[in-house]
Design a protein around this ligand. Structure first.
Ligand SMILES: Cc1ncc(COP(=O)(O)O)c(C=O)c1O
Length: 383
């Protein structure tokens, strides 16, 4: 079988299982205004005039790209400003910006991993952390989701001298929160480093400063944060935050930092401006949570602690159909199916955003729930 025949077979299998993804434009051009409950621009900062102005200013000053790796000539004042602002927002001593959150997660785990370090990863962590662990050359133990007893046993019984525990503060698809105080305490007891991916926590938890800050763990030497600039911060890029010694180690050894062109200065400048806005305008974060509460109660699901509210659907086909019907009603929602759902349950993902009308969001959530109920009635597949 040729490679192209193999690709055609794989595509046919995906189609038969209703698992085809596309890159159809989500944002534009729509023939009418759409209610956006799908994007990760949780605080509406991606179109804020102040971020646009910061990005344009950086382009005028530094050009459209970084032009080289940060360790060659790619570091600009915009990168330094971003690292200072993000560290100040999250209460961390040092920050290193990467060209994406994906690159930050691969960078930190490959830089920390080696055959003497056990990586213990929660079963629901994002693909970027899974890939980082796989590439790290460390032995990897996958801990059942949020199972603190198992986590303690894995740390206690390890034979390797060092350990790194990997979790998300607010999990990306199911929207639940990690018990950070308990996990950090376990890590301290067993001399492990805790890496917390705050992709869905910064701008959302702790008044916008993140769940690690809210748990009183900002600046704790054994707790490290990774971030994306592409969700609440309305830009693009990623970062690692923690002790200056870690930053120095990453600058010298993280391959996705050293061998990658630096983050575009425009994205760095926009994200720096976003950090200042989040610090100064906590009402944006409060508005997001008010919308989340309205979505969850209208959909009849328990409110998740973050922006993402999740509505289970009986099958991938039902999820696709419900998302298409909502689209026809003028509402954009996320449609998540295997393999993007760790528990295998297809679902609609309704994202609360601070700039949407809470009543419109609640009405859309009620419609989404009604589609789910109708689908379940006609389906033999249990939800
Ligand atoms: C939990 C989590 N970590 C990392 C990433 C990757 O971030 P980025 O999109 O900046 O590469 C994402 C998202 O897309 C995410 O949801």
């Amino acid at each position: 079988m040729s490679v192209l025949e193999w690709l055609a077979e794989a595509a046919a299998q995906r189609a038969a299982r209703d698992l085809v993804r596309t890159t159809d434009p989500g944002r534009s051009p729509h023939t009418r205004p759409m209610l956006d409950l799908a994007s990760n621009d949780y605080l509406g900062l991606g179109t804020d005039p102040r971020l646009r102005e910061a990005a344009v200013g950086a382009i005028r000053r530094f050009g459209t790209g970084a032009g080289a790796s940060r360790v060659v000539t790619g570091t600009t004042a915009a990168h330094e400003e971003l690292e200072g602002e993000l560290a100040a927002l999250t209460g961390q001593p040092a920050c290193l910006a990467f060209s994406s959150g994906y690159a930050a997660n691969i960078g930190i785990l490959t830089a920390l991993g080696d055959p003497g370090t056990l990586i213990v990863s929660d079963a629901h962590v994002h693909a970027s952390l899974i890939d980082g662990a796989r590439l790290s050359r460390s032995p990897v133990a996958v801990c059942p989701h949020a199972d603190l007893g198992r986590l303690e046993a894995l740390l206690r019984d390890r034979t390797l001298p060092r350990a790194v525990v990997v979790v998300e503060s607010i999990y990306s698809v199911l929207g639940d929160a990690a018990d950070l105080p308990a996990i950090a305490a376990l890590c301290a007891r067993h001399d492990a480093l805790l890496v917390v991916d705050e992709a869905h926590g910064i701008g959302v938890a702790g008044g916008g400063r993140g769940a690690v800050h809210a748990a009183g763990l900002a600046g704790a030497g054994h707790v490290v944060v990774t971030a994306t600039l592409s969700k609440s911060l309305g830009a693009q890029g990623g970062a690692v935050l923690g002790p200056p010694l870690l930053r120095e180690h990453l600058v010298n050894t993280a391959r996705t930092f050293v061998f990658d062109t630096g983050l575009a200065p425009a994205a760095a400048a926009a994200a720096a401006r976003a950090c200042r806005i989040i610090g100064a305008e906590p009402e944006r974060v409060a508005a997001l949570h008010a919308v989340a509460e309205r979505i969850a109660s209208a959909a009849g699901v328990p409110q998740a602690p973050g922006a993402v509210q999740s509505l289970p659907m009986p099958s991938p086909a039902h999820a696709v159909e419900a998302a298409a019907r909502l689209h026809a009603d003028g509402v954009l929602v996320g449609c998540f199916r295997p393999p993007s759902v760790p528990d295998g349950i297809s679902r609609l993902r309704l994202t609360a955003r601070s700039t949407v009308d809470p009543c419109a969001a609640a009405a859309a959530a009620a419609r989404a729930a009604a589609y789910g109920t109708a689908a379940r009635r006609t389906s033999e597949v249990p939800a």
